[in-house]
Design a protein around this ligand. Sequence first.
Ligand code: HPA
Ligand SMILES: [Zn+2]
Length: 330
Amino acid sequence: MHDFLRNLPKVELHLHIEGSLEPELMFALAQRNHIDLPYASVQEAKDAYHFSDLQGFLNLYFQGMNVLRNEEDFYDLAMDYFKRARGEGVVHIDMHFDPQAHLQRGVPLEVVMAGLLKAKQEAEETLDLSIGMIMAFLRDRPADEALHVLEQAAPYWKMLDAVGLDSAEQNNPPAEFVEVFERAKQLGLVRVAHAGEEGPAEYIQQALDLLDVQRIDHGVRCLESDEVVERLRSEQTVLTVCPLSNVSLKVVEDLRDHPLPKLLAEGLKVTISSDDPAYFGGGMLTNHIACAEAFCWDETVFRQLTRNAIEEAFTTQERREELLARLAEV
Ligand code: HPA
Ligand SMILES: [Zn+2]
């Protein structure tokens, strides 16, 4: 099974590139940029990665990314992850990034974009990896600020595959971001949103109705509403489920209690991603192996999940067909 899962042409639809910052690279960048870290060693950083909820994680996530200052740092961050993911058999990644988290620290959007776009181009040319770009807005910051960032990103609109919505979900409903997402739609940008991770099924409904999203990131709490499940099933809206993330952030107690099998049994379009692999115990392969063990899934299930992800990946029709052909050969 491990060999099969490694060889499976895995497609990751839900990955925060800032959450791929491994402690080793954090230390290297801290040294390069003369920044003091709150950890004495790589091991001490790893030991701190125990969370009781999403906010507990976000505090360390925003602190960790403080070492990212220059174009080269963003390039190194992304290339480091792309190479690691490719080594695990990943063939496509839709990458969220959080401009506001960098702008707040005085890092210009141009620096972020230049580093990430350079890494994307190099990965696509040399690693047999395709990369989608999702510019995410922080839902615990004012919607006005998000709108301003969207306008500021005008030189990059053509290079974005979608806009997203992330960060602390509870009490920050999609409804607050209607204007921002309407503007994105007017610009021809696809929309996605985190919903139903810590927040209620109602937020999934809002994301679909008010933000007109094409994907729901996480979405596991849809099971609390028959109406929302029916809607997701009939529209075959893809859910980007992140199993080890949900365990780390205590959305579920244990992977064996995870609603993934139930989501599949409900006929929903489920996929598997790693979310923030440096913080949640591993990347795509680790997530797949953990699911195989927890749910005793056979190859058929993983083929279906991978087919779902390929069909929904932000890439060309030609690349999707190529990846489907590769899936058929495994
Ligand atoms: O899992 C997450 N949820 C919400 N926001 C995030 N930003 C990075 N990771 C996450
Ligand atoms: Zn996420």
